[in-house]
Design a protein around this ligand. Structure first.
Ligand SMILES: [Zn+2]
Length: 266
């Protein structure tokens, strides 16, 4: 583009036309960073750096109680990460998908590498409520997985439309999640990696595990885009713990059955 095309207002007809063109473009493509609001691309360079995955092994008491595998979380749900994830999930900012997909992919790869060897591992996600899908027009986690070339098996269904988990405490979440999912078909001898977007208390993943186990499957790995530290847990007794493991960058993007997605063995 000729430099003059970017000239500010007051540069004659040509300048005014250029400004009009840029305004029109701004309507078509968002120009504010979904993390910090800076006039920039979908995600500005600073926020992009904050969204580089550092897959971390985390746990929650509710998951430990049901012998769950560790959860691999790509990011910490705070600051620009929370803003971008929130804008992507509930603000229609699907233009942030490429950055988030890269982060989720790293957690999935790490979780698969950590899983016990054996039969093929399939990926499954938590189904969205019909209402959430109507409002968004897309399924956030499915969209991110698809972008990374990961296929997921639609094996879980909502047994009933549960209330949104956001804003609920630990106990309320557990009660809300219990019995919420069902695997309508037998999943005998199949192994799964369950993927979700944001880990809070872990009740959603625990419920997914329960539904998979009830259908005869085994949950061998868990991965989330971001984990949010729980507050308000009194003292150290039953409070959640976070285990850090930073020795992970080596296999970022590796071909661990992810790019060539795991498929059913039999
Ligand atoms: Zn930004």
């Amino acid at each position: 583009m000729h430099p003059e095309a970017l000239a500010p207002r007051g540069r004659g007809l040509r300048g005014r036309l250029a400004t009009a063109a840029l305004d029109a473009l701004a309507v078509l493509a968002p120009v504010a960073c979904s993390g910090c609001g800076l006039a920039d691309r979908a995600v500005c360079d600073d926020c992009r750096r904050a969204l580089v995955a550092h897959p971390t092994r985390v746990s929650r008491p509710g998951l430990a109680r049901c012998d769950a595998p560790p959860v691999w979380a790509a990011l910490q749900y705070a600051g620009p990460v929370a803003a971008v994830v929130g804008a992507f999930k509930d603000g229609g900012r699907t233009d942030a998908a490429p950055v988030l997909a890269r982060a989720l992919h790293a957690a999935v790869v790490r979780a698969l590498a950590d899983a016990p060897s054996g039969r093929a591992i399939e990926v499954c996600t938590i189904p969205s409520t019909a209402r959430a899908f109507r409002e968004r027009g897309y399924r956030p986690v499915e969209l991110l997985l698809r972008r990374s070339g990961i296929r997921s098996a639609p094996v879980l269904r909502l047994a009933r439309d549960r209330a949104d988990q956001a804003g609920l405490g630990v106990e309320a979440r557990r009660a809300n999640a219990e019995g919420a999912l069902v695997a309508p078909r037998s999943l005998d001898d199949r192994r799964f990696l369950v993927v979700d977007d944001v880990l809070t208390t872990g009740s959603t993943l625990a419920e997914a595990m329960r539904a998979l186990t009830a259908a005869g499957a085994e949950t061998v790995a868990l991965a989330v885009l971001a984990e949010t530290p729980l507050r308000g847990s009194s003292g150290t007794g039953d409070s959640w713990q976070t285990f850090r493991d930073n020795a992970v960058s080596g296999d970022y993007g590796g071909r661990t059955g992810v790019v060539d997605p795991p498929s059913r063995a039999g």
